[in-house]
Design a protein around this ligand. Structure first.
Ligand code: ZN
Length: 315
């Protein structure tokens, strides 16, 4: 009996190991097959860019994304596997405008040997917002203005058409459909935000990711940190923000999925020390989409979710 159980366990563990090895082998074979099929090898940084690429090119290309859900691109450092992926890539898409602070120089320097494309490169400078903290930089969070993100989608589409001319017509058609979906989403979400009374339309969060959102959706925005999450909010900033919240009777502030919550919690405690209650609303997506396969794992789903959350807490 005992021996029988031991044997069963042994068979089950062997089966698990074989299954694991087969999965790895299958993945390896798939990648090799894609290289053989001459699929364009594309690498991108954020999952926001990845979503645009998938909508345009689907399975016609092989896509590797460096930063997944919950990853803060301002602080991201490339790991060993990233270097291999970058070396094998035909085309590399990154946000630019210094979003990927620690990788921007790498991509710029690689321009002579690889096609590296900042997806924000064709946005007219006049439409960009200057960083409040660093005058020499522009705010990189352009995806929060759907009209500006449309420029990025068009840039991605044009580059893919150029490097994979076999599928040019499909990419053209797909990007038109995707741009139309983005425009529809913008119209719907704008109407939703407009249902919040103007004086309550103040969005307060952990870092300055929502300046473009505020402009596109006619809101006021305040945050604790500057544009990059690399700088820490000081006690003075926390006090200043708490005073603003108290005097303007703001009901809720928001956390972000890619930023630690400690600073926002400090503001809540400060407001509470004045005998008032401040709600911390659900997390907003800022610099990364949600998990792949969920609604928030797409650009359109993420903005729709953020808007629904903001409306629910502030109206
Ligand atoms: Zn950011």
């Amino acid at each position: 009996m005992f021996k029988n159980m031991y044997f069963k366990r042994l068979v089950l563990s062997c089966a698990a190991v074989i299954f694991f090895l087969l999965t790895i082998f299958y993945k390896y074979v798939l990648v090799q097959q894609e290289i053989k099929e001459n699929k364009l090898q594309v690498v991108c940084t954020t999952n926001i860019i990845a979503d645009a690429i998938k909508n345009i090119a689907g399975d016609y290309i092989h896509l590797d994304m460096l930063m997944g859900p919950g990853v803060d691109p301002h602080l991201y450092k490339p790991i060993e596997q990233d270097v291999t992926k970058i070396a094998q890539a035909d085309v590399i898409f990154y946000n630019g405008l210094h979003l990927e602070a620690r990788m921007s120089d790498l991509f710029k320097n690689m321009q002579t040997i690889k096609t590296t494309v900042a997806v924000t490169q064709d946005i007219p400078v006049a439409k960009l917002i200057r960083s409040q903290e660093h005058e020499e930089y522009f705010d990189p969070h352009v995806w929060f203005d759907p009209k500006l993100w449309a420029y990025a989608v068009t840039t991605i589409s044009q580059i893919l058409q150029k490097h994979d001319p076999k599928h040019k017509n499909t990419y053209q058609k797909n990007s038109s459909i995707y741009l139309e979906k983005i425009a529809n989403m913008y119209q719907v979400t704008r109407k939703k935000i407009a249902t919040i009374p103007k004086h309550k339309r103040v969005l307060i969060s952990a870092h300055d990711a929502f300046e473009y959102f505020a402009r596109a959706y006619n809101c006021q925005v305040m945050s604790l940190q500057g544009i990059s999450t690399a700088s820490e909010a000081g006690t003075k900033d926390i006090q200043k923000l708490a005073n603003f919240i108290i005097s303007h009777k703001i009901p809720a502030i928001f956390l972000e999925t890619s930023i630690p919550p400690r600073n926002i919690q400090a503001v809540q405690q400060n407001v509470a020390s004045h005998g008032l209650t401040l709600k911390i609303g659900n997390e907003l997506y800022s610099d990364a989409l949600g998990t792949y396969g969920t609604k928030q794992g797409t650009y359109i789903g993420m903005l729709t979710y953020n808007v629904a959350t903001i409306v629910q807490e502030l109206r």
